[in-house]
Structure formats: structure tokens, C-alpha cells
Design a protein around this ligand. Structure first.
Ligand code: ZN
Length: 432
């Protein structure tokens, strides 16, 4: 089944023509409403109507996360606040957090794209969907929620956490579909097993997973643990939550990018030069229909590969392979996007803490676990040093990491010069 037959199967020539038409409209709009774009296009000597073919994209300047930060909170919005009906935000410290907005029509588009993704995964109105993506400032939970309602399926707005209760409802309500991050789904499976529940005998048929890097080995583990088909969904919180791309039941080796709403390019992350379709590189996205927060040539940081070959399902939209690498140092920890610079900024504001730290990310069971080694001043380790002061610092670090970044690290305070710059600031031991 295809949710929007007309647009999802549009012949590629017509799709490209539609993209160029919509791109022209976006460029006009952002040039006249968002100071940043006017400045950037003027500086590059580009008129907003200079783009008449996909090849012209290269003339346009990139947009990076730095520009999003510099325009925090509302500097890149293209409509007045009276037209905005929803705000989402990334976790982060003041000045380093990002905020994203949607008009009524943007939410309708997102709902349709979530609905397309769910139908591509074989869902119908007869399904019951256990939605364990986080509901809140992160866009996962709410994004899929309205798509599930749109296709007439029943949604259980579970959010993440309360694992024992989740397992109870999985047994009692008999959902046929599970939506979650892959690591939380594996955690559910392990906890269920520990409670003596046969997770393969639940009613679940399909799982829709995303929000973090995950491999085919994890797909196998999820399919085995629940006795389901596990499918991948892709979103960029900056642009739109889950529903930018998603897997169909036929392909299962790549996600269709909804190209009537997003234009995607592949570039060499080092030089910024465009790469031929099908080569591995950083994906750059342009939103073609977003009203509140349009992004033009946004460097996503995701390393992947486009799959130009047609798919058996009949959708004409190009597919992207799963993302297993980043071009920057962003970490995804329990669904939150974290940069080492954010950790550093938080530590700098805590008295007694020295600048060097080390973040060690690993799995405990299926879930991410973080250890944070932080240097503190010499005085705490001398004769006059007090255990009490060290405990106060440790508690403050734990609290600030939780408050700003939604992570709960195990903090270990170490003497100065223990870490030095020779040590890697981040050690990621996780195998996805
Ligand atoms: Zn397909």
C-alpha cells in the first residue's frame, strides 16, 4: 500500500521539476524574510532566482549547525510567532541548544509524511501502535503520534521509561506495532525476558526504529527478540522529526526520502564538493515546503549513501542507506544529541573543575551508559582537601548534565594532570 500514490510514485523527471519549482519558492521566501539568508546569498553574489536546475544547488552557500546556534533562539524563523503553533528543541546548554518551529501547515505535512512512513511499513487502521519514542521537546514521540492517528490506527502514547509498565501493556493491550529507539526496544526485550515474559509471543508484527545509529546486526537482534520485522525511520530534529525518510517492506536496505518535500545532495565532508549519486558522503538537506523554519543546504553531519536504483515497491523517491557514521563529533546518547563542547561548557561553569575531561560511552545491557572523568583542582587532593567538597562538585556535575543534556553519567573526579590532552576526550565503546 502507498499512502499518497500521486506524489510517492511521481516519475523522476516530474519529481525533479517539482523540486526546482519549490526550491525557487523557498529561496524567494527565505531571502525576503530571514536576515541570515539575505546576507549569505548577497555575500555569495547569488540572486534567489538563480537556481533553475539541480546542478545550480552548488552555487548556494551551506547552512551549518553553527549558524543555527548563532541565530538561537528564533533568528532563522521565516514567519512571525503568531503563525507558529509548535516549538521543539534539542538538549543543550544556553547558546548551544537549538530550537525548531512548525506552522499549522508544517505539522500537517509532518503528519502526512509520518503516515506515509507507517503505511510503507505495512500499517493499516487495524493496527495498535505502542509508541515508545520520547514525547516532549524531542520530536520523536509527537511526530509519529499524529501519523498513527491519521491512518486510523490506535496509538498508545507510551513515551520512554516506566519499563515494567510498558511490558505489562505490551501483554495486555496487544499492540501489533512497536515504535522506539533500537536500544530502548532491546532493553524492553531484555527486561521482559528477565520478568519471564515470552516477548516473541506478543501480538507485535512490525517495529519502526530510529533516533540513533543502528546496524543490521541490531536489526537481526530486534527481529529475533520480538519475532517482528524491524524497519528503519529517519528524521533530522533540525528539519523535521521522524518522517523525512523511511523504509518500505520491499526494500529493507534503504529509506525512501520524501523528495517532494526534501532535496538531498551528497558532498565530500572535507572539501564540501558534490559527489556523484551513490557515493558515500555527507548528506545535505534542503526543506522544500517548510514554512516556519526552512533550511537551505543544511549539512546534516550524517554520512550515508544514496541508492538510485528503483525500488520494487513502486515508490519513485530515492533511498538512503542507514546512517552509521557522522562527519562531526556528535554523539547520540539515549536519544539525545550531545557534543563534547557542550559537556565542556557545562564543566567550565562549575567552580573547582579543571578543563580536562573524558567521556566514556558504553552499553550496559542494551542501554547507553556514560562515565565522565573530570579533573578537579590540586587543593582537593592535598591534606586540606575535603571529601565533602568533592562530593558537592560531583553532585553538581551529575545534576547539570541531567538538567542540560538529559544524560546521567557516573562521575569520577580525578587529580589534575591525570587526563592531559594526550587522552582522547571521547571514547565510544558501543557497537551499534
Ligand atoms: Zn520501496
Amino acid at each position: 500500500m502507498i499512502y499518497n500514490e500521486e506524489f510517492e510514485t511521481l516519475p523522476r523527471e516530474a519529481l525533479k521539476a517539482l523540486q526546482i519549482k519549490r526550491l525557487g519558492q523557498v529561496l524567494q521566501r527565505v531571502y525576503h524574510t530571514v536576515g541570515h539568508y539575505k546576507k549569505a546569498l548577497d555575500a555569495a553574489g547569488i540572486s534567489p532566482d538563480a537556481v533553475s536546475s539541480p546542478d545550480d544547488m552548488q552555487k548556494l552557500p551551506f547552512l551549518t549547525r553553527r549558524e543555527l546556534q548563532n541565530n538561537y533562539p528564533f533568528g532563522l524563523f521565516a514567519v512571525p510567532m503568531s503563525s507558529i503553533v509548535r516549538l521543539h528543541a534539542s538538549s543543550g546548554t544556553p547558546g548551544r541548544s537549538l530550537v525548531f518551529s512548525y506552522t499549522r501547515r508544517d505539522l500537517d505535512t509532518w503528519t502526512e509524511l509520518a503516515a506515509r512512513s507507517l503505511v510503507a511499513a505495512g500499517l493499516t487502521k487495524n493496527d495498535i501502535v505502542h509508541n515508545a519514542f520520547s514525547y516532549g521537546l524531542l520530536p520523536g514521540g509527537l511526530g509519529l503520534h499524529y501519523g498513527i492517528e491519521k491512518i486510523g490506527a490506535s496509538v498508545i502514547p507510551m513515551s520512554d521509561g516506566n519499563t515494567k509498565r510498558q511490558i505489562l501493556l505490551l501483554q495486555d493491550f496487544g499492540p501489533t506495532v512497536l515504535c522506539a529507539t533500537p536500544s530502548y526496544a532491546l532493553h524492553l526485550a531484555q527486561e521482559g525476558k528477565a520478568l519471564g515474559v515470552d516477548m516473541r509471543s506478543l501480538q507485535l508484527r512490525v517495529g519502526i526504529f530510529g533516533g540513533e545509529l543502528w546496524s543490521d546486526a541490531t536489526r537481526d537482534a530486534l527481529e529475533d527478540a520480538f519475532g517482528i520485522k524491524a524497519l528503519n525511520i529517519f528524521g533530522l530534529p533540525e528539519m523535521m522529526g521522524p518522517g523525512i525518510a523511511s523504509e518500505c517492506l520491499e526494500g529493507r536496505r534503504g529509506m525512501h526520502i520524501f523528495e517532494d518535500h526534501f532535496l538531498v545532495e551528497t558532498i565530500d565532508p572535507a572539501s564540501g564538493r558534490p559527489l556523484p549519486e551513490g557515493e558515500e558522503g555527507e548528506l545535505v538537506f534542503t526543506s522544500l515546503t517548510k514554512e516556519a523554519f526552512p533550511l537551505v543546504r543544511y549539512r546534516s553531519g550524517n554520512i550515508s549513501r544514496l541508492i538510485p536504483e528503483p525500488c520494487r515497491c513502486g515508490r519513485s523517491h530515492i533511498r538512503m542507506e542507514r546512517v552509521l557514521k557522522r562527519s562531526d563529533d556528535m554523539l547520540t546518547i539515549r536519544g539525545s544529541h550531545i557534543f563534547p563542547a557542550q559537556v565542556e561548557a557545562i564543566l567550565r561553569n562549575i567552580e573547582g573543575v579543571e578543563p580536562d575531561f573524558q567521556l566514556i560511552v558504553d552499553k550496559v545491557g542494551a542501554l547507553d551508559a556514560v562515565e565522565l572523568l573530570v579533573e578537579v583542582g590540586e587543593k582537593f587532593f592535598g591534606e586540606a582537601g575535603g571529601v565533602k567538597e568533592l562530593q558537592t562538585i560531583e553532585k553538581r556535575i551529575v545534576k547539570d548534565m541531567k538538567d542540560y543534556l538529559s544524560i546521567s553519567p557516573r562521575v569520577k573526579l580525578v587529580a589534575p594532570q591525570t587526563l592531559k590532552s594526550k587522552d582522547k576526550q571521547v571514547i565510544d565503546k558501543r557497537i551499534v
